[in-house]
Design a protein around this ligand. Structure first.
Ligand code: AMP
Ligand code: ZN
Length: 111
């Protein structure tokens, strides 16, 4: 079965890409939940955080979250980085992705 995020990482499916390097791709979420809502994904297929074992890739993902948040001007007001794990954790696309969300006041705890 085709994975849409693998297709985006490979450049075969369109997305509003804001960062692409050897390790990761970041692009705007198609259904944003805040003024800024960017997804950061590994270029290789990993189904969720539960399957992530490579510490170098883990670092690249986290640093990319920071980089796109800073580039979007979120540092001053604050922002949130999260990943949903499994159906019970609210995950719908089973290719690891970190949500970088900001640009509005964010409530806590999430639902
Ligand atoms: P999750 O529920 O954590 O798996 O989040 C999946 C996210 O991917 C949702 O916020 C969707 O709006 C987003 N999404 C799904 N398909 C695409 C796509 N083709 N391009 C950009 N974002 C997408
Ligand atoms: Zn994939």
């Amino acid at each position: 079965m085709i994975c849409i995020f693998c297709e985006i990482a490979a450049g075969r499916a369109t997305a509003d890409v804001v960062l692409r390097n050897e390790w990761v791709t970041a692009f705007h979420d198609i259904h944003p939940t805040a003024p800024t809502h960017i997804l950061v994904i590994p270029n290789t297929h990993i189904s969720s955080l539960d399957e992530l074992t490579d510490p170098d890739l883990a670092a690249q993902l986290l640093l990319a979250c920071r980089q796109v948040a800073q580039a979007a001007g979120l540092s001053e007001r604050g922002y949130r980085v999260l990943t949903n794990v499994g159906r019970g954790g609210g995950q719908h696309i089973f290719h690891l992705h970190f949500h970088v969300i900001g640009g509005r006041r964010l409530a806590w705890p999430p639902g």
